[in-house]
Design a protein around this ligand. Structure first.
Ligand code: BES
Ligand code: ZN
Ligand code: ZN
Length: 466
């Protein structure tokens, strides 16, 4: 794990190279005030102050200063320093004016690498850390934690399925429980078959070493408001007997992305010591193929007692979440949040960068959308459109797990989950991609946290009381 705390440090008037941030509005005025040799160098480099992420180095007799263009100098985006964090030489840096605020996040994450699987490390010759000096001492911890939580999601999602099965997810949760003193409970084997039939069915085809389980973790004071966080932990989604195509299966090591988000959120909540009684639930399975696989046409009685007909074994996420949501509801939480890489349809609707967000309460939805804006971690609300509920009808069971229609797939998946959430319980569901197909500064191609900061800010707003 990258030591983010060493990359964002308090200003004690130590030596640090200045970084001048300019934007379209401020550039000309800023340039006028510079010495002639700076101006000619900036001109020669064709630096126009408009192209975000472009930067120039101004020599200062053996040392240097940096000028970088950002979209808006008065409102720094979390990613506007990422290119610098990625590219500048080793050393300490400080903004020439103002403080980095949220932009510290990009600076930190730009220096995170997932290179366990490379015999040659990416940065060769080895480059030292780029340290950002900040006067906002009170925010350092929070920024470091956000970077750390994001890196946790990235690393878990990037780890190949062969090295990250249900047992390894359990280990990750157990490590977290040990760190913060929470209580861990893991249900597997015959207890799982009895208590969580849908989780057991989906995980039934996996080898013994990758047996399905429900991982639960509780933390916090008994009297504090109860919240549940649920994450889809499908370590690999082959589709089951309704086998995916080669291209459809290619990225499916990331199908535990919801679990990774849920665990990272747990880390943020416990480190911030939010006054909540937290219940984390991760159904962890591999959706594999073998003689033990569940089949299309099977009917399974869920933990809630509702009979589900399996229309498609590739719609496995909603099944394992259904039993986990039922378990969560048994403790009467006032809020349930789930994260899941649930449907391809959410990606068709909103593309890779925008998690589809569903909520059964308009106030909750409005607060979540506001948090998404302030953290610049976008989510997009989609409707729990009741008339589509009938699409889930089954000829012989209470309802089916999938719909024989390519339309509104993320809505019908959310409506399926809704059947397992009690009427009066506030519930938010994020259908997230957990992946980035194209690298951006501070955000390499691969696993990524999408919606994590927005939901954490939502919880802070609801519970931190300030
Ligand atoms: N894990 C997939 C969803 C997914 C696919 C997320 C691609 C991100 C990218 C999920 O288990 C799945 O296979 N869903 C099916 C549901 C269908 C069979 C009703 C889908 O979306 O095609
Ligand atoms: Zn699937
Ligand atoms: Zn899946």
């Amino acid at each position: 794990m990258t030591d983010f705390a060493s990359l964002l440090v308090a200003d004690r008037e130590q030596k640090a190279r200045p970084i001048h941030l300019v934007d379209k509005q401020s550039f000309e005025a800023w340039l006028k005030k510079r010495p002639a040799e700076d101006r000619s160098l900036i001109e020669a480099m064709r630096f126009d102050g408009k192209t975000a992420n472009a930067f120039v180095i101004l020599p200062r007799g053996g040392e240097f200063e940096v000028v970088s263009a950002v979209k808006n100098t008065t409102e720094l985006s979390p990613w506007c320093l990422a290119k610098l964090g990625e590219s500048l030489p080793e050393g300490s840096y400080k903004l020439a004016a103002g403080e980095p605020g949220n932009a510290a996040l990009g600076w930190l994450l730009a220096q995170h690498r997932f290179d366990q699987y490379r015999s040659k490390k990416e940065e060769e010759p080895e480059r030292g850390p780029r340290v950002l000096v900040t006067g906002e001492v009170a925010r350092i911890d929070a920024m470091v934690r956000l970077a750390d939580a994001t890196a946790l999601v990235r690393d878990l999602v990037n780890t190949p399925a062969a090295d990250l099965g249900p047992a390894e997810i359990e280990r990750a949760v157990a490590d977290e429980a040990k760190r913060c003193g929470g209580h861990l409970r893991v249900t597997s084997g015959s207890e799982l078959t009895k208590g969580y039939p849908l989780i057991a069915a989906v995980g039934g085809a996996a080898t013994d070493a990758r047996a399905p389980r429900l991982i639960e973790f509780e933390w916090g004071k008994a009297g504090d408001p109860r919240i549940a966080i649920v994450g889809k932990g499908v370590c690999f989604d082959s589709g089951g007997l309704d086998l995916k195509s080669a291209s459809g299966m290619r990225l499916m090591k990331k199908d535990m992305g919801g679990a990774a988000h849920a665990l990272a959120l747990t880390r943020l909540i416990t480190l911030a010591r939010l006054p909540v009684r937290l219940h984390l639930l991760i159904p962890a399975v591999e959706n594999a193929v073998s003689g033990g696989a569940y089949r299309p046409g099977d009917v399974i009685k869920s933990r809630k007692g509702l009979f589900v007909e399996i229309d498609n074994t590739d719609a496995e996420g909603r099944l394992i979440l259904a039993d986990a949501l039922t378990r969560a509801s048994e403790e009467n939480p006032e809020l349930i949040v789930d994260f899941a890489t649930l449907t391809g349809a959410a990606r068709i609707a909103l593309g890779p960068d925008l998690p589809a967000f569903f909520a059964n309460n308009d106030d909750l939805a409005a607060e979540a959308e506001q948090s998404a804006r302030t953290t610049e971690d976008p989510i997009w609300r989609m409707p729990l459109w009741e008339p589509y509920d009938e699409m889930l009808k089954s000829d012989l069971a209470d309802f089916a797990n999938a719909v024989n229609s390519p339309m509104a797939g993320c809505i019908t998946a959310a409506l399926f989950l809704k059947r397992f959430v009690p009427e009066g319980t506030r519930w938010a569901h994020l259908d997230t991609y957990a992946w980035r197909d194209q690298a951006k500064p501070g955000r390499p191609k691969g696993g990524d946290a999408l919606g994590l900061r927005a939901v954490f800010a939502l919880l802070e707003g609801l519970y931190s009381g300030d």
